[in-house]
Design a protein around this ligand. Structure first.
Ligand SMILES: [Zn+2]
Length: 73
């Protein structure tokens, strides 16, 4: 378990989340503005994005609907 340092894409609030080592995107909720956003661990950091900006490969709920793994890079 490691820690990711996130920044809310809505208000810029910094926060840390536990990370299990997977590169799968996850949802987080900002403790400051209470908006839900997506964070996607990368090899050299982490990317955050608003759900409205996410394509199907970066949306955790969409990935669950798609079986295939074509989103893996
Ligand atoms: Zn926020």
């Amino acid at each position: 378990m490691s820690t990711l340092h996130l920044e809310c894409p809505f208000c810029g609030q910094a926060m840390d989340v536990d990370h299990d080592g997977s590169y799968a995107p996850r949802y987080a909720r900002c403790a400051s503005c209470n908006e839900r956003f997506i964070y996607e661990p990368l090899r050299d950091g982490v990317r955050t994005l608003r759900p409205s900006e996410a394509d199907s490969c970066s949306d955790p709920e969409q990935r669950e609907l798609e079986t295939g793994g074509s989103c893996e890079d």
